[in-house]
Design a protein around this ligand. Sequence first.
Ligand code: SF4
Ligand code: SF4
Length: 69
Amino acid sequence: MKKNYNVIVNQKWCKSCEICVAICPKKVFDMDNFYAAANRPEDCIGCLLCEKLCPDFAIEVRLKTEKEK
Ligand code: SF4
Ligand code: SF4
């Protein structure tokens, strides 16, 4: 069964470094004007690279709950 993830960018903390855009293996992120936006969360494989490498702790990745699927 495919796992589904929520990918949340806290734009208040995002400093627009574009690391997440560069490192996500599934290209989940785009830059949306100044801030990163998780535009393709359905492609996320839950590797957590973005969460670990964002220097501003602005990204949260978590498994969807049964209700959210
Ligand atoms: S890595 Fe973090 S600070 Fe950098 S653009 Fe992505 S969300 Fe923003
Ligand atoms: S957890 Fe991995 S696949 Fe998902 S958005 Fe972050 S870097 Fe991309």
